[in-house]
Design a binder for this molecule. Structure first.
Ligand code: ADP
Ligand code: NI
Length: 215
């Protein structure tokens, strides 16, 4: 089992070394560590958590023209090749399929306890100081404005509209980041989310004051 982790880590490092959108190897490294911390508290299956955390963004739809079928197919192939038992493979593939945020008004699909730990960890890394950095890195990589007071946020009710948005980066706070605190599953992550949420709110307050030339 240790060998599965070593081989999978090598795959992910190689595939995600160079990325300027906030989805680089270090995102995966943080999510893996956070997910394991949460999973220890919650008593989840650590092997499933670690493999799902490592593989959750390798075949992201954003790299494959929005194709959502690549990730489950490639993840299954990888896990079968490693010799991971069928039940664990099924659970990990389902986590990878369901982990993404799909819009403010799109409910999350149900996840196993291991899946909840990984989704909570992925979402914690979208919040707080690191979440803010990743969001502006992503917006910059897509050539987006920082902010446009004339362009209000949209609470999307389907994934295509959410994923196809070209709105200024500040809008993403209202369309996703500030909603995450109330979409955490585990009590461990709910606690951790409080501080990161408060930091984003303070950040936005300062941002608007500077925008108006008041600070
Ligand atoms: P998930 O991890 O739920 O699949 P994504 O991969 O879509 O979500 O997004 C992960 C991170 O990428 C976001 O938390 C944010 O930092 C950045 N990001 C994604 N979409 C946008 C966007 N439209 N504007 C700014 N940042 C974005
Ligand atoms: Ni992620």
């Amino acid at each position: 089992m240790e060998q599965w982790i070593i081989t999978t880590t090598a795959l992910v490092k190689e595939k995600m070394a160079q990325d300027g959108t906030g989805h680089d190897w270090w995102h995966v490294h943080r999510v893996r560590n956070l997910a394991l911390t949460i999973a220890c508290e919650e008593g989840a299956n650590l092997t499933v958590v670690e493999l799902a955390a490592l593989l959750h963004d390798v075949w992201d739809h954003k790299l494959y023209d929005g194709d959502l079928t690549v990730a489950p197919r490639e993840a299954r192939r990888w896990l079968e090749q490693l010799g991971v038992p069928a039940a664990d493979t099924h659970e990990i593939v389902t986590i990878i399929e369901r982990i993404s945020f799909k819009g403010a008004h799109v409910p999350d699909a149900p996840l196993s306890l291991a899946g909840q730990c990984v989704q909570d960890a992925d979402r914690l890394d979208a919040m707080g100081a690191i979440g803010i950095a990743r969001t502006f890195a992503y917006g910059g990589s897509k050539g987006r404005l920082l902010y446009d007071p004339n362009h209000p946020p949209t609470l999307h009710d389907n994934f295509a509209a959410y994923a196809g948005s070209t709105a200024p980066t500040i809008n993403h706070f209202y369309e996703k980041l500030l909603l995450l605190k109330d979409r955490m599953h585990t009590s461990t992550a709910k606690r951790m989310a409080e501080k990161r949420h408060a930091f984003m709110e303070a950040y936005l307050e300062q941002f608007y004051q500077e925008w108006e030339g008041k600070k």
